[in-house]
Design a protein around this ligand. Structure first.
Ligand code: G4P
Length: 544
């Protein structure tokens, strides 16, 4: 081997070593919760504890500023909801955290599904009084289906709510969770004294003085000192813990890794309580970026050449730029600004320039990134949700599934002089995954049909067609509430079965059988057991 070849081999090995080391210190996660459980508050406090912001409130401030500069986001501001997901990156004690935000509103569950395809773990956030709410359950099912490790944080313990054993019982019975409490509360919600950290036996005292915008020192006591102060409450907590242990409530690393066993924490984000313990557990227990399964089943190791999956495409995030940003989750190798990559679906090369990370809603130029990181790249060509971009050995990650729509509406253009813009806009929204654009193939008038998980998706589509494409449109709600993916034989059976059902077709030929409601769908399925009726839709966009 020549001296140059040896030097190259040594450089490649040291680069792979650096990538592996960077991947090992990444924790890429999402928080899933029902609106109002405290996700914004917890996010702010995590940033505060990690030292990423000096004062809580900074995240909201950024969001406020951005809403003022974006026009289609006007809808978001008016409704007080978060339509788009954002990514927060912060570093603490040598660990790099990537927190991917998920929209809380049910109508945007598809967005959450895509985000969950890009994370390595998730925190389920619950309100101590309300427990499992509809959106918690829905998002949990999605996370569970992906088999990602989960942690649960019971928030608002400063207020009255369910006692800890009742909460465990509730979580086990509603979500079928197997819980491993890593902290245990002393006192009850509303009369809360603090938590026992089960890993080292210390007691973290809850005081209302620690709340607010700044991190305050938490009071940590040895268990035997704390036990003397509130003997009666301690006796209750200890007895509860014995009961939990008797039914096998201990931590189990393998169970956690497969998403079967869920570490449980109690706290109050508003009062900064329990947040430091959660952050510590994320650093210690949550998985780093690791080898990812590919479509052909062979995992792509983190130290291999660059490969990433697009999990979100968003146009016109900034009206001053009018551009399209693809959010990539780096899966292997080092991402460098300006590098060239190949899109596995189209086989075309593209330059990944103008990369930035997004902190809240603000862009910062990013020069390099490692497995686990999320980068936004400004793109011109055909890049869609689910696409794999790679350098070196070709690779394709499995498609990101989506949920079959439950709401449908026709959409028509009112101004014929803007027909081209209307068409272009619909294609754009379809590619971004804002809504599914479908057609009634056999109908006389093939007016486009929008499909989505909720009507708010249609509102976003209409608003964006108006503001970004100058298209004045009209929508009309259609009477279907259930849909399943089918094939040609299934489509013929549906059309022959009842006039109230129909078949819609997507641009890639996928056929969707639609029914007026769940009951009609179930009756149809009973009558025709041989017909293909799938609940999960594959993104057309991810197929090579
Ligand atoms: P979200 O993003 O999940 O929708 O929830 P967010 O953080 O906005 O919190 C929802 C409400 O719950 C907020 O009150 C927030 O202050 C409150 N909250 C969050 N964590 C805790 C907690 O640990 N204890 C208590 N008691 N309240 C908590 P709000 O009145 O809607 O808004 P604000 O005026 O307090 O900001």
């Amino acid at each position: 081997m020549s001296a140059t070849t040896t030097a190259h081999a040594a450089a490649a090995a040291s680069d792979a070593g650096k990538v592996a080391a960077e991947a090992a210190r990444r924790r890429t996660f999402a928080i899933i919760s029902h609106p109002d459980a405290g996700k914004t508050t917890l996010t702010e406090k995590l940033l505060l504890y990690a030292g990423a912001v000096g004062e809580a409130g900074a995240v909201k401030g950024r969001r406020g500023r951005r809403a003022a500069t974006s026009d289609w986001m006007e809808l978001e501001r008016r409704r007080g909801i978060s339509v788009s997901s954002t990514v927060l990156r912060f570093e603490h004690d040598g660990v790099v955290f990537n927190l991917l935000d998920t929209p809380g509103h049910r109508d945007f569950s598809e967005d959450t599904l895509r985000v969950l395809a890009a994370v390595d773990s998730a925190v389920i956030l619950l309100d101590a009084a309300r427990g499992v709410e509809p959106q918690t359950e829905r998002l949990f099912q999605v996370a569970r289906a992906r088999g990602i490790p989960l942690m649960a944080f019971v928030n608002k313990y400063d207020r009255p709510g369910m006692e800890p054993l009742a909460m465990i019982d509730h979580l086990e019975s509603t979500l079928g969770l197997s819980l491993a409490p890593l902290t245990w509360p002393v006192g009850i919600p509303g009369d809360f004294r603090g938590v026992i950290d089960r890993r080292d036996g210390t007691f973290h005292r809850f005081t209302r003085s620690t709340g607010g915008a700044q991190v305050a020192g938490e009071q940590i006591l040895a268990a035997r000192d704390a036990a003397g102060e509130d003997a009666a409450l301690w006796a209750v907590a200890e007895e509860e813990l014995e009961l939990v242990d008797a039914v096998g409530g201990g931590f189990d690393a393998a169970g956690f890794a497969s998403g079967e066993r869920v570490p449980l924490f109690f706290g109050s984000a508003a009062w900064n309580f329990g947040v430091g313990l959660l952050l510590g557990a994320l650093a210690e227990l949550a998985p780093p970026a690791r080898a990812r399964p590919t479509a052909d089943g062979e995992p792509r190791g983190v130290e291999e050449p660059f490969a990433a999956q697009v999990f979100k495409v968003q146009a016109n995030m900034d009206p001053r730029h009018r551009d399209r940003v693809a959010f990539l989750r780096v899966c292997s190798g080092r991402f460098e600004r300006g590098m060239r990559a190949t899109n596995a679906r189209t086989g075309r090369g593209l330059a990944l320039s103008h990369a930035h990370e997004v902190f809240g809603q603000e862009r910062e130029v990013l020069d390099d990134a490692y497995p686990g990181d999320v980068v936004g790249v400004v793109i011109g060509g055909d890049v869609r949700v689910g696409d794999t971009l790679y350098a070196g050995r070709p690779v394709g990650f499995p498609p990101i599934p989506s949920i079959t729509p439950e709401h449908f509406a026709t959409i028509s253009n009112r101004d014929s002089s803007r027909h081209k813009q209307f068409r272009r806009g619909l294609t754009q929204l379809d590619q971004e995954g804002v809504v599914h654009v479908l057609h009634r193939e056999h109908a006389q008038d093939p007016v486009p049909v929008l499909g989505g998980v909720g009507p708010m998706q249609f509102e976003v589509a209409v608003e964006r067609l108006r503001t970004e494409f100058g298209a004045d449109v009209r929508t009309e709600v259609l009477p279907w509430q259930a849909a399943r993916v089918t094939d040609a034989g299934g489509a013929a059976t549906v059309l022959a079965d009842t006039v109230r059902s129909d078949v819609l077709v997507r641009s890639d030929g996928m056929q969707l059988a639609v029914f007026p409601n769940r009951f009609v769908l179930e009756r149809f399925a009973d009558r025709h057991p041989g017909v293909r009726l799938d609940r999960i839709m594959r993104d057309p966009v991810a197929r090579a």
